[in-house]
Design a protein around this ligand. Structure first.
Ligand SMILES: Cc1cc2nc3c(=O)[nH]c(=O)nc-3n(C[C@H](O)[C@H](O)[C@H](O)COP(=O)(O)OP(=O)(O)OC[C@H]3O[C@@H](n4cnc5c(N)ncnc54)[C@H](O)[C@@H]3O)c2cc1C
Ligand code: FES
Ligand code: FES
Length: 479
């Protein structure tokens, strides 16, 4: 097993190797900090340092199967070592004033370049769209740009530039270089598989297998697991913490993959939310619906499902819908022993789960809904895009002649953790699926939930939203 304490990546087409210790860089240095302080790539801006504005958007490309895959990510919440074996592209790589990339040409043509702060981020998001979609639908364009804010509200020309640019089937000068890039990156990954960086103050491990990750955990029991780091990085950029010991699971291949079995779908805990979103549209439509309003594309391109579950946030968006599907979590410990536990039993309190110290979440098992069982998901937030939930829900019902035979009602944002509306479920079972009964069930929500008042809503507002979601669910399933 090859180990190294240097991280190597392609910055544009140039191979860069960094010895963080020698360069006196912290292991939790973000890519944005590195680009702005150690390189001349000043197009990459810091707006918010928490994944909300898109000014820091860059493209990461890496081999996936036989092809190179291009993904827009927020460099402000990506730790530098996570880039090992990948290619980083910024606006500086696209073209020059004399020889512009089609994306840049369209931005000029449509007067979409409004201010120097947001434009590079928008440009990279459009470039990501360009490489992944030919003649995208309006919804795809809006989704690709939902993670980029423009404070002068000049979105129209930007949307038009995206539409105009993305008509060349992703072909550009990067296409011609792909074979060479693919080989260079594959070589890095093959020869330098496991990164172990130990500085005077910090440790950062980037294992490539589950076995290696578990071994490290046994050796260093206080390490923090991360995957996409979209939660963890904010501890550094916002709370100014120093993360002393990190095991980064983002390159552990054993916890990736989406497998369709006869009984359901098994999702690797390390799978990114965007990959899950695109893979589950037909099979798990309620999960797809929820993931379509989860963060932004930049967030979904890095954040993993294991991270959302392990965080056990009361407003973790995958939780209510996965609970409504009766999903299970697979855990593996340092001795390689596995156990499987129902998700709604796994989450036990505010940001608390039943995970043991030496365990990693390896898989999420989502059974297919039985014939006639209808599952829906809902998210109420102040904004449709890139906002966290005020109240969220995952509901499932099976009716026989309009009588409730099975019912699952789970809410996020209504208590310290995502949980079921037990009293309402009990009341509705074997009852007629009528508006009157739904209203009565709504009144019983107060038996299970005493929501908080905060900046997003009052407690009364939350309770009303929860009742209204139940009515919406009834309305959508009553026929
Ligand atoms: C701008 C922005 C928007 C967001 N929008 C949303 C949203 O709409 N909805 C929502 O629910 N969340 C949202 N989030 C929160 C976050 O993106 C999600 O919770 C995400 O799924 C976390 O995944 P990650 O891989 O980035 O986790 P990380 O930050 O890497 O890890 C989070 C936690 O999970 C643990 N962990 C990770 N993987 C494992 C594993 N395999 N086994 C055991 N423990 C593990 C880590 O130790 C850590 O405690 C947002 C965050 C940002 C910054
Ligand atoms: S700086 Fe705002 S998203 Fe990164
Ligand atoms: S483009 Fe920067 S504020 Fe609108």
């Amino acid at each position: 097993m090859q180990k190294t304490d240097k991280i190597t990546f392609l910055l544009g087409n140039e191979q860069v190797s960094i010895d963080l210790k020698a360069e006196n860089l912290r292991t939790d240095t973000t890519l944005l900090q590195y680009l702005r302080t150690k390189t001349q790539r000043k197009s990459v801006k810091e707006g918010c340092a928490e994944g909300d504005c898109g000014a820091c958007t860059i493209i990461v490309s890496e081999p996936e199967g036989k092809f190179m895959k291009y993904k827009a990510i927020n460099s402000c919440i990506t730790f530098l070592p996570a880039l090992h074996g990948k290619q980083i592209l910024t606006a500086e790589d696209l073209g020059t004033a004399e020889q512009m990339h089609p994306v840049q040409e369209a931005i000029v043509e449509k007067d979409a370049s409004q201010c120097g702060f947001c434009t590079p981020g928008f440009t990279m998001s459009i470039f990501g769209l360009y490489k992944n979609h030919n003649e995208p639908e309006e919804e795809e364009i809006r989704d690709a740009l939902a993670g980029n804010l423009c404070r002068c509200t000049g979105y129209r020309p930007i949307l038009e530039a995206a539409e105009e640019a993305c008509v060349y089937k992703g072909m550009d000068r990067f296409t011609g270089l792909e074979k060479v890039t693919f080989e260079k990156l594959s070589k890095i990954k093959k020869t330098e598989r496991n990164i172990e960086i130990i500085t005077d103050q910090q440790k950062y491990f980037l294992p490539s297998s589950l076995k290696e990750a578990l071994k490290l955990r046994l050796k260093y029991p206080n390490t923090l697991f991360i995957n996409g780091a979209s939660d963890a990085a904010l501890r550094v950029t916002k709370r100014k913490e120093t993360l002393l010991e990190i095991i980064d699971l983002s390159q552990v291949t054993d916890i990736k993959g989406i497998k369709i079995t006869e009984k359901g779908i098994e999702i690797g805990a390390g799978e990114t939310l965007e990959h899950i979103r695109t893979a589950t549209e037909d099979k798990l439509p309620a999960l797809y619906t929820m993931l379509s309003v989860f963060g932004s594309l930049q967030i979904r391109n890095t954040a993993a499902i294991g991270g959302n579950i392990a965080s056990a946030s009361p407003i973790g968006d995958t939780l209510p819908v996965l609970m409504a599907y009766k999903a299970k979590v697979e855990l593996c410990n340092g001795e390689g022993k596995k156990r499987v536990i129902l998700l709604y039993e796994f989450i036990i309190d505010y940001r608390k789960t039943k995970i043991k110290k030496d365990e990693i979440i390896t898989k999420i098992i989502v059974p297919f809904a039985e014939e006639g069982f209808m599952v829906m998901s809902y998210k109420i937030s102040k904004r449709k895009d890139l906002d966290i939930s005020t109240v969220s829900a995952g509901f499932g019902v099976k009716l026989d002649d309009k009588v409730v035979k099975k019912i699952n009602l789970y809410y996020g944002g209504m208590s310290a953790y995502t949980k079921g509306a037990a009293a309402a479920e009990k009341f509705l079972l074997e009852k007629d699926w009528t508006y009157e009964n739904i209203e009565k069930a709504g009144e019983l929500l107060s038996k299970d939930f005493q929501p908080l008042s905060d900046a997003r809503s009052s407690a009364e507002g939350r309770m009303q939203m929860a009742k209204n979601l139940l009515i919406k669910f009834w309305d959508e399933t009553k026929h």
